[in-house]
Write a protein that binds this ligand. Structure first.
Ligand code: FE2
Length: 218
């Protein structure tokens, strides 16, 4: 597993995703927006219909294969907490997104263009004891009418699942994206990340921080 630090990504413990129970394709309206909570968004049609063998949190490389994903690298880190900032430890996070050509690893994605076989397209990780998580992926790109985004599925400690999408600040298509604009300005702020040039790691072009806030229930 890769853990984000100011110096980049550090190898931090065994891969813990093999054999885990993955992502029921459910949404729970009970998590619908309350002030300060990360708002849910639709799962969309491209949650992987077959999960890759390599499901770690480095989407730029696929285990035992040559090559490196096309696109601009992104080191994305964040936290999973309740509204008081108390962390949720050891929670499963899944992400999936289109490759640099705007293609998903999904049999129903019939857009034109070749998929990038070196992009993992889907990854998982677990939060550490302080609720932190990290992924190494590509800066999301637009496809069709959609503004750049990364899909998230967060497995809540009480068993519920939050499905949402992370957006990138200052992307021109944010103004017209129909899903993004279903959110209030306050909700948009909670799922919009300002990406910064990352100069400490030669491989990374961008870094971003996406805090996710879930309710804490008894
Ligand atoms: Fe999408």
């Amino acid at each position: 597993m890769w853990i984000f630090s100011r110096r980049g990504f550090l190898l931090a413990g065994p891969l813990a995703v093999a054999g885990m129970a993955l992502a029921p394709r459910l949404q729970f309206p009970a998590l619908a927006s309350e002030p300060g909570l990360t708002p849910p968004q639709t799962e969309g049609p491209f949650y992987p219909d077959s999960l890759p063998d390599d499901r770690d949190n480095d989407l730029l490389r696929i285990a035992d294969e040559e090559g490196h994903a096309k696109g601009e690298s992104l080191e994305l880190a964040g936290t999973l907490t309740d509204p008081e900032g108390q962390p949720f430890a050891d929670c499963l996070l899944e992400i999936w997104q289109a490759d640099a050509a705007g293609r998903y690893h999904h049999s129903e994605d019939r857009a034109e263009g070749a998929r990038d076989p070196a992009f993992q397209g889907y990854g998982t990780t677990r939060t550490d004891s302080e609720g932190r998580y990290s992924f190494r992926t590509i800066r999301p790109v637009p496809y069709g009418s959609r503004t750049p985004h990364i899909h998230f599925k967060v497995h809540h400690p009480d068993g519920q699942v939050l499905t949402t999408q992370m957006y990138v600040a200052d992307e021109q298509l944010n103004e017209s994206d129909w899903l993004y604009n279903r959110l209030s300005p306050e909700e948009q702020a909670l799922v919009t990340v300002s990406l910064q040039p990352f100069e400490e790691d030669e491989e990374a072009a961008w870094t971003g921080h996406f805090p996710i806030v879930l309710p804490r229930r008894a």
